[in-house]
Ligand binder design. Structure first.
Ligand code: CP3
Length: 344
């Protein structure tokens, strides 16, 4: 879909002014007091599996911040739970996979999964959120890209160097291929289910693929991310996000997406030039800037908008998720600043 037809650029209430839409990656979360209140009542996975509570968590940042899109409250790892790898969210530790997939034999044990019935609660959340939003802002669904999801499944949790993942890739390339095919198939079903339920755009998070060099990305990742994007229901814009990939951007673009999401480690104008101006771009404020005072936040936001040069096809965002210690007033101020500066 041409970017000019994307729901972001058609937000009705701003039709007549040049306008840079803003939503924030991981805009739900612990920095919001109302989210902490919800979490006091539900464990994280229970929250994801309860469509009423998950819809509430999705709407909280929309009400509180005035962002231009809602992002579904869910997680990239929900799709691997039915693979039987033992997904848990341990307090303070982030995600844990109790039975990591480390060898060809482990990969061979992964059976086909009935994704649609295993994660039906996510689709129900999408339907409830769409009803509650009633057209105010579009709803973005999401999933993890195959590399990033594989990295959790193989490492067993977050990692610094991704050595178990790289070892599997190098030592057992056929097993790696099979793991990627299993994840592409499950993720395509997961995203197409969200789209069928009403998600108006989808974002693919390849948060950790910046651990790879260009040759490894081209061989071990690109064909699979591309196969996933090609398997998605046509007509829904796809945002393809990664971090630490300044040196991989042309390859990330080759894998696909209507909009490429970037982090702050490259200037937005340099990234857009590397990608080509015929693709949309999303980014790229360092989330840590929100720890600074409003005057600094304003300066940093202004610099990004200047680098975007008023071109259509820029979605303002953080280069990664909102950090838990961020003052809510700073996040709210950022949204107002971007709206003010981009409407000029
Ligand atoms: O508002 C939103 O942006 C929607 C919600 C969202 C969550 N996870 C909820 C969540 C989104 C878009 C994600 C994606 C996700 N999950 C990614 C890709 C984005 C990124 O930040 O790179 C990744 C790598 C994950 C895996 C994951 N889930 C991690 C690493 C963690 C721990 C994070 C932490 O801060 O401890 C989670 C848990 C998680 N997912 C939380 C939230 C709000 C915090 C859980 C809590 O309430 O304790």
């Amino acid at each position: 879909m041409p970017l000019s037809e994307s729901p972001f650029l058609r937000a009705e209430r701003r039709e007549s002014v040049p306008f840079t839409p803003v939503w924030l990656m991981r805009q739900a979360g612990r920095y919001l007091p109302e989210y902490r209140a919800l979490r006091a009542r539900h464990a994280f996975l229970d929250l994801c599996k309860n469509p009423d509570a998950a819809a509430e968590a999705t709407l909280q940042p929309v009400e509180r911040l005035g962002v231009d899109a809602a992002i579904l409250f869910a997680d990239i790892l929900l799709v691997v739970e039915p693979l039987g790898v033992g997904l848990e969210f341990a307090a303070g530790e982030g995600p844990v996979i109790r039975r990591p997939v480390r060898s060809a034999a482990d990969v061979a044990r992964l059976g086909p999964v009935d994704v649609e019935s295993a994660v039906g609660f996510v689709f129900e959340t999408v339907r409830r959120v769409r009803r509650a939003l009633d057209g105010r802002v579009p709803l973005i669904g999401f999933a993890g890209a195959p590399f990033t999801v594989a990295s959790y499944v193989v490492e067993g949790g977050p990692s610094r160097d991704y050595l178990a993942t790289k070892r599997l890739m190098y030592e057992a390339p056929e097993a790696w291929e099979r793991l990627m095919r299993v994840l592409v198939d499950a993720t395509a079903r997961y995203l197409n289910g969200q789209i069928a339920a009403g998600a108006q755009a989808v974002q693919l998070f390849d948060s950790w693929v910046g651990a790879l060099g260009p040759d490894d990305y081209a061989v071990f990742v690109l064909p699979h991310s591309r196969a996933l994007i090609e398997a998605l229901t046509p007509g829904t814009p796809v945002i393809h996000f990664s971090t630490g990939t300044a040196g991989l951007l042309p390859l990330v673009r080759k894998a696909g997406g209507d909009v490429i999401g970037i982090d702050w480690r490259i200037d937005l104008d340099a990234a857009w030039a590397a990608l080509g101006h015929d693709v949309g771009i999303q980014g790229n404020l360092d989330p840590a800037a929100l720890l600074g005072p409003p005057a600094l936040i304003r300066e940093r936001a202004r610099a990004i908008l200047e680098r975007a040069g008023g071109r259509p096809g820029h979605i303002f965002n953080l280069g990664h998720g909102v950090l838990p210690d961020t003052p809510v007033e700073h996040v709210r101020a950022l949204v107002d600043i971007v709206h003010e500066l981009s409407a000029r």
